[in-house]
Write a protein that binds this ligand. Structure first.
Ligand SMILES: NC(=O)c1ccc[n+]([C@@H]2O[C@H](COP(=O)([O-])OP(=O)(O)OC[C@H]3O[C@@H](n4cnc5c(N)ncnc54)[C@H](O)[C@@H]3O)[C@@H](O)[C@H]2O)c1
Length: 330
């Protein structure tokens, strides 16, 4: 039987590289495309690698003319909320216009299926919890707005041109595959788990917990952490489901909320010591609580998270940074 061919755009980044590994392990033939603006060649394994920027529309279109894919996965984006407030133009360009380039090239070359990495940031500050897919979408940052704009574009391209799409709204991606030398290496790192682990291991000297006066039981923000390989499996399920459903929009989370303080405690538990972070003011744009209603994804995709237990997640991140204190850089 012919192996299905997948194009993973942004596959040298954190989530994309874990997806690419998982897809190869599941027997797919994977090509990674990345401009390496944030990604790492060290995160590319046996997959074919193509160094291309999605802003290069004609180059991308030529690639699609020369290579036929059974599915395209779009992980490539700029994704720092704070930066998006300072540089919205970059976010509309690298997220919305680059996604438009991809869709136009798909249209020109007859590619039919795309999976898009969306985000819980499309909901903004929720007025009810857990957050279901039909919750009002009022993103509060250019990053969240750029992602919602792409979701709308995908809906219109499905209706008019028949391009099938799944927009998967991740909550907080977490964990890694240290046994395959894959980890999380963002610069700057704005995610809590790698930051606390780096601080606890002495790789970074300072760590401040932003906000301890939120209306939550311990005063710190609550988030929903979903393992990257659980995310990867949901992508494969969505790809399969696109043969029957032309438009899929689902949350990917566990439905379980953990406070920032509980994450710090989990890192302490795994390392067998108490961690005392500095407490700072709230960070602008951080809603107090973001937890997914994860039932729709479980129903539609027949998928359940299996790797998202927090101590196991933290253990993997500790293992990765213990071996790679500088991430992918030697
Ligand atoms: N990490 C999370 O917790 C999280 C949560 C919600 C949504 N997401 C979404 O998931 C996706 C992946 O996130 P991540 O954490 O892996 O980010 P990342 O920065 O690690 O990966 C993004 C990759 O895309 C590449 N890229 C960016 N612009 C490109 C372009 N124009 N052409 C080609 N390649 C380009 C980067 O070099 C990088 O390798 C993003 O779309 C992000 O918005 C992530």
């Amino acid at each position: 039987m012919r192996k299905s061919k997948l194009l993973v755009i942004g596959g040298a980044g954190y989530v994309g590289s874990h997806f690419a590994l998982h897809a190869v392990n599941r027997g797919f033939h994977v090509t990674i495309m990345d401009n390496l603006s944030k990604g790492h060649l060290g995160a590319v394994r046996s997959q074919r690698f193509v160094h291309t920027d999605l802003m290069d529309r004609s180059g991308f279109e030529s690639h699609l003319f020369e290579n036929r894919y059974d599915g395209i996965l779009h992980f490539a984006a700029s994704c720092l909320v704070g930066e998006s407030v300072e540089k919205p133009a970059h976010y509309y360009q690298n997220n919305v216009i680059a996604a438009f380039n991809m869709l136009e090239a798909m249209r020109a070359t007859g590619h039919q299926k795309v999976i898009f990495s969306s985000t819980c940031a499309v909901y903004g500050v929720p007025d009810s919890l857990p957050i279901g897919e039909n919750h009002t979408k009022q993103p509060i940052s250019p990053y969240g707005r750029s992602k919602l704009a792409i979701e709308w574009m995908l809906e219109d391209y499905q209706a008019a041109y028949g391009i099938r799409s799944a927009a998967l709204r991740y909550f907080n991606a977490a964990g890694c595959e240290p046994s395959h030398d894959l980890g999380e290496d963002h610069n700057p790192e704005t995610h809590l788990i790698p930051t606390v682990v780096r601080y606890a291991l002495g790789i970074q000297k300072k760590f401040t917990l932003f906000g301890s006066d939120y209306p939550t039981p311990d005063g710190t923000c609550i988030r929903d952490y979903i393992h990257v390989t659980d995310l990867a499996e949901a992508h494969l399920k969505a790809l399969d489901m696109l043969d029957r459903e032309p438009l899929i929009r689902v949350n990917l989370g566990t439905g379980i909320g953990l406070s920032n303080k509980e994450i710090v405690d989990a890192v302490g538990r795994v390392l067998g010591r108490t961690i005392h972070p500095a407490l700072g003011p709230r960070r602008a744009g951080d809603p107090p609580e973001l937890v997914a209603d994860a039932r729709e994804a479980q129903r539609i995709l027949n998928w359940t998270p299996k790797r998202s237990h927090i101590d196991a997640v933290v253990g993997e991140v500790v293992a990765w940074f213990s071996k790679h204190p500088n991430g992918y850089h030697a």
